[in-house]
Each structure stands twice: as structure tokens, then as C-alpha cells.
Design a protein around this ligand. Structure first.
Ligand code: NAD
Length: 350
């Protein structure tokens, strides 16, 4: 019942696609298109229920609206979730069925890779629909660009806290050694940070120990690791009422989307004296990279990196404003995003 679903959380539209014979259950959520057509990746994940997948799509698409507004890209917020195990259920037939769904959404929704969907999958989907970005022929894997933005964001947080961006000897706990987490570790290690890592994939952990001299901890213990910075780079919801008291780091700055279980948890972080870099601000590199494919002059890597280079300045402003107003950083970030959307809406009315 699309009408009922669209009533969720101020979203403009929500589509559900189902193709039983090819195993597809997909949700495409469009949160807000005031700044432009909706853009957001497609996540393939075996959520425990349809409701859980829907909640994920709704939260992620809303985050994309804010992310785009803060990063200054002319797009609205959208996101797709395919309810399937990416390792065992992401068959060519399922992707073909999803490609047909995407073709029906051309002009309204642009998408690309996300957790569980690879650049190769995007390549395949682009043979079915024109609204697929981040293909091998396009801007490619956005993760190194995202990691660069997170790296700069961690430095901005350190600078705000310590008056120095120096990473030498700074202990960073990285949760998740996937595309972004790994590229982030390379950069941090390159500047002398001491890495503490966790991943459910033991092979990646071993490699990080070998290549970066990282200290490994079990996945369940990374939050409590004795670190200066906690960088969540796996899935969302890791910062919650029950977990904040475990955190030893004074800074939370990582790539994961929806790091907070609830928006209000940012206040708990603030009260605990922990500086939080709002996820959709620090991880905007991937969006900036993919959105650049649709720039009037075409994709320009230099322009992308220049825009990613603005992330630390934006974060610095948010940190300063939050401190001056004694408000959580994500309240300030949301306020800036909503101000920009409201201004665009006013402009389009006049
Ligand atoms: P990925 O799938 O490549 O990596 C995720 C990693 O986390 C994997 O190595 C996985 O084994 C690990 N992991 C899963 N559960 C874990 C747990 N409980 N503890 C420790 N490790 C665990 O994904 P990615 O592309 O690196 O993205 C990471 C996060 O950053 C996601 O939340 C994603 O939405 C977000 N993000 C990514 C980009 C991008 O450009 N790829 C952009 C913005 C946001």
C-alpha cells in the first residue's frame, strides 16, 4: 500500500517492487526532492523483516536529503533496499528484475552501489536502466573518495578538540574493514595513527594486523577499545543508549550511515563529552563523487576532490556552532540542511 507507506516520516513517495519468481523484494524511498531529483544507493541486505528493511530505506533516504543539502549537491534524498542476502540471493535474475523496476523510475531516482551492491552489479543494472551511476565506465567505486572525506573529517574533529590535526600516535578504533574502512586505515596508517580494528571477516583483520601493525579486537569489543577516535565503518545503529557508556573515545567520526540508533542519542554523546561528526556530513564523499557524473560539464575528479576538501571546514563550523549553542552536532547539521531546503523551496515559489 504505497499511499500508506508514503505517509511515513514525511517521505514524498515510497515504491515497493515484488517479483516472486525472481526473488525480488525491493523498496525505493524518495524522501525529499526540493533540491533536485532523488539520488541514493541501493543496499542489498537480509533484513530480518520487511518492516526492518522499510525502516532502513526510510532512514537512509532521509539521511540522503540532509547529506545532499549540506554537501551542496543539487539532488534530493532517496535510497533503495533489496531484501536479500548479498552473498547467496543476489542472482542475475533478481538484479534483472530490479533493473526493470529502476527503468520504470527513470527521471525520478538515480542510484548506484551501497552495502551489498558492487560496481559490477551497477554495471549490469546500467544495461537495464539509464538512472544507474557509479558504474565502471562512470565514476566507479566511490569508497576511496568517501574514505578521504572521513579522513579529513577525523582531522577536523582532532583539530577542534586538541587544536592540532596531528595523527602521529593518535589511537583510532575502526569498526569494519570493508571498502571505506580499509581505505581509511591506509590513510590513517600513512600518517602514523595507531589502529585498533574489528571486522567479522577474520581475513581482513589478519591483513590489517600484517600491513598496518593494527591491534585486533573481537567485533563486540571495538566500542570499548581504548582509543581517541571511534570510526564506525560497518553498519548503522552502533551508537545507542546502551552502548554510549561503553565508549572510551572522545570522538566519533566514521563512514557508516545512520550511526545513531535514535537522533536523540547525539545528546547523550554530547553529555558524555564525546564529539560526534554527523554521519551524513563526514561521509558525503561518495555522494559528491557519484553526483559529479551528472554535472553539466561531466565528471571532473579535481572538482570532486575540491568539494570533498570542504568537508572538514563544514564540520568545523558545525562543531563550533554546536558548542556555542550547547546543542548536539547533529541538531545543528539538520538545521543547516533544513534551512537550505526551505530557502530552495521559497526560491522555487517566487
Ligand atoms: P562494505 O560492505 O565494503 O564494508 C563493511 C565492512 O563491515 C565489511 O568488511 C563487513 O565484514 C564489516 N562488518 C559488518 N558487520 C560488522 C560488525 N558487526 N563488526 C565489525 N565489522 C563488521 O561497506 P562500505 O562500502 O565500506 O561502507 C561502510 C559503511 O559506510 C556503510 O554503513 C555504508 O552505508 C557507509 N557509506 C559508504 C559509502 C561508500 O562510498 N562506500 C559512502 C557513504 C557511506
Amino acid at each position: 500500500d504505497a499511499a500508506r507507506l508514503a505517509a511515513y516520516d514525511g517521505h514524498e513517495r515510497v515504491w515497493c517492487g515484488r517479483d516472486e519468481s525472481r526473488g525480488l523484494i525491493a523498496i525505493v524511498a524518495i524522501h525529499n526532492t526540493v533540491l533536485g531529483p532523488a539520488l541514493g544507493g541501493t543496499r542489498v541486505w537480509a533484513h530480518e523483516s520487511f518492516e526492518a528493511a522499510l525502516t532502513d530505506a526510510l532512514r537512509l533516504s532521509r539521511g540522503m536529503t540532509y547529506k545532499s543539502a549540506i554537501a551542496g549537491t543539487p539532488f534530493g534524498g532517496g535510497k533503495a533496499v533489496i531484501l536479500a542476502d548479498p552473498k547467496t540471493q543476489k542472482t542475475p535474475a533478481l538484479l534483472a528484475a530490479y533493473g526493470e523496476m529502476l527503468a520504470a523510475l527513470e527521471g525520478q531516482f538515480f542510484t548506484g552501489e551501497d552495502v551489498g551492491l558492487t560496481v559490477a552489479d551497477a554495471d549490469f543494472l546500467s544495461t537495464c536502466a539509464s538512472n544507474v551511476l557509479g558504474t565502471g565506465r562512470g565514476s566507479g567505486n566511490p569508497s576511496p573518495v568517501t574514505a578521504h572525506g572521513v579522513f579529513l573529517g577525523i582531522k577536523a574533529a582532532l583539530n577542534h578538540r586538541r587544536g592540532s590535526q596531528q595523527l602521529e600516535g593518535v589511537r583510532v578504533a575502526v569498526q569494519g574493514l570493508g571498502s571505506v574502512g580499509w581505505a581509511l586505515c591506509e590513510k590513517l596508517h600513512g600518517e602514523g595513527a595507531a589502529l585498533i580494528v574489528a571486522d567479522i571477516d577474520a581475513e581482513r583483520v589478519e591483513k590489517a594486523k600484517r600491513l598496518f601493525g593494527a591491534t585486533a579486537v573481537p567485533a563486540g569489543e571495538i566500542l570499548a577499545a581504548g582509543a581517541d577516535v571511534f570510526a564506525p565503518c560497518a553498519l548503522g545503529g552502533v551508537i545507542a543508549q546502551q552502548t554510549i557508556s561503553m565508549l572510551k573515545a572522545g570522538i566519533v567520526a566514521g563512514s557508516a550511515n545512520n550511526q545513531l540508533a535514535r537522533h536523540e542519542d547525539a545528546r547523550l554523546l554530547m553529555d558524555a563529552g564525546i564529539l560526534y561528526a554527523p554521519d551524513y556530513v563526514i561521509n558525503a564523499g561518495g555522494l559528491i563523487n557519484v553526483a559529479a557524473e551528472l554535472a553539466p560539464g561531466g565528471y571532473d575528479r579535481g572538482a570532486v576532490m575540491a568539494k570533498v576538501g570542504e568537508i572538514p571546514g563544514t564540520l568545523g563550523d558545525i562543531f563550533t556552532r554546536a558548542e556555542a549553542q550547547r546543542r548536539p552536532t547533529n541538531d545543528i547539521a539538520a538545521e543547516i540542511a533544513m534551512e537550505r531546503i526551505a530557502a530552495a523551496a521559497r526560491k522555487s515559489r517566487t
